[in-house]
Structure formats: structure tokens, C-alpha cells
Design a protein around this ligand. Structure first.
Ligand code: ZN
Length: 196
């Protein structure tokens, strides 16, 4: 029986690294593994990880119909599908992906963030929590500057935690751009203290 699994975590916790590692290991012994990524910021179809490994991937827009991508999977006889940035999937896309598991016997390993910068669960992740066969948190978590467990992906705009705004604004974790993200413990997310 094919399975739909969802692995989630905070930003910079090694989500893409794990997705890439899984692809790499599977592809050592088989050629029926595909990699998809949603809402790719550079639109180059490459999944990159913070520690430098990368692989080419099929880049799909959030909400885009999956018909042609599904046809391609069938043509290539794919049996394992790895998905990065699954939080950006629409609920409809997740439902369609679940049909690949149930009707086409394709094993799907989805990786994504659970919650956004306001601590609301992303729609794609919400659907995955509801219907995946297994969901598990990444074994590694990012620490807050205080050493506490990082639970919250804070969006920092001009040095201050954003408490409102669009759900998706692209920025790097740990960067120094005007808009970037920083993983904080619950206490420091609440207080807004960002450390040094
Ligand atoms: Zn803290």
C-alpha cells in the first residue's frame, strides 16, 4: 500500500536537506523517483538546501492544476514522489496528490513548514495533517538565540517582528535583508526580543 507522509518543521531546520537526501538515497538504486517543489522563489526548478546540496525539481505554482504534471509522472512510471515546500500547496492540490497515492500507488513524501509567521497553519499543511497516513516533526529543530527550542518562524521587517501582513513574503531565515525570518522560542516571539 502506498503512503502519504508529511514531515514538518520550522525554517532552517533542515527540511530541504532531508528531502534532497531522501531523493539522493532512493535514486542510488532506482530511477522512478520524482521531486516537486511549490512556490519556488527563483523559479529555476532547483531545490537547494542551506548546507549546499541541490537537485533539479519540477517547480509548480500554488493552486496551479496538476493535470500535466501528473501525466508526466505516469509517463515516467514514477513510484515515489518527494515534495518540498508542501505548505504552499493549495488544499485542492493536496487532495489531488492524495489521489496519486490511493489510485496510482505512488508513495508521497511531503516536506513543509507547519505554521506561518503569525503561527497560523498553512492551508497545504493543514490538509496534510488531516489526511496524511503519517506526519512527523523533523528530528532537528532550530534554536532560538536564547538556546530555547525554536517554535515560531518570526518575520522581521526592519528589525521588528511583524504582527500582520500577507501570509507569503519570501525572505531568508537568518538573513539581514529588510524582510527576513528568524526562528524564536514562544517566549521571545511573544516579547519580540531578537537577541543580538
Ligand atoms: Zn528564546
Amino acid at each position: 500500500m502506498a503512503e502519504l507522509s508529511f514531515t514538518y518543521g520550522t525554517m532552517a531546520a533542515g527540511k530541504s536537506t532531508l528531502a534532497l537526501q531522501l531523493c539522493w538515497q532512493l535514486r542510488e538504486s532506482r530511477d522512478d523517483v520524482a521531486l516537486w517543489t511549490f512556490g519556488d522563489r527563483s523559479n529555476t526548478g532547483v531545490v537547494t538546501s542551506r548546507i549546499g546540496i541541490e537537485a533539479s525539481a519540477t517547480a509548480i505554482e500554488p493552486g496551479e492544476p496538476l493535470t500535466e504534471f501528473v501525466a508526466e509522472l505516469k509517463k515516467q512510471n514514477v513510484k515515489i514522489l518527494v515534495i518540498d515546500e508542501a505548505q504552499f500547496c493549495s488544499m485542492d492540490q493536496i487532495d489531488e496528490i492524495a489521489r496519486l497515492v490511493d489510485d496510482e500507488e505512488i508513495n508521497v513524501h511531503a516536506f513543509g513548514l507547519s505554521a506561518d509567521f503569525m503561527l497560523n497553519v498553512f492551508p497545504g499543511s493543514q490538509r496534510l495533517f488531516a489526511i496524511s497516513d503519517r506526519s512527523q516533526e523533523l528530528p532537528l529543530t532550530t534554536s532560538c538565540w536564547c538556546g530555547g527550542r525554536g517554535r515560531c518562524n518570526a518575520r522581521i521587517v526592519n528589525g521588528v517582528i511583524a504582527r500582520g501582513g500577507d501570509q507569503i513574503v519570501i525572505g531568508d531565515a537568518g538573513g539581514s535583508d529588510e524582510v527576513h525570518y528568524q526562528v524564536l522560542c514562544r517566549r521571545h516571539y511573544r516579547s519580540g526580543e531578537l537577541g543580538r
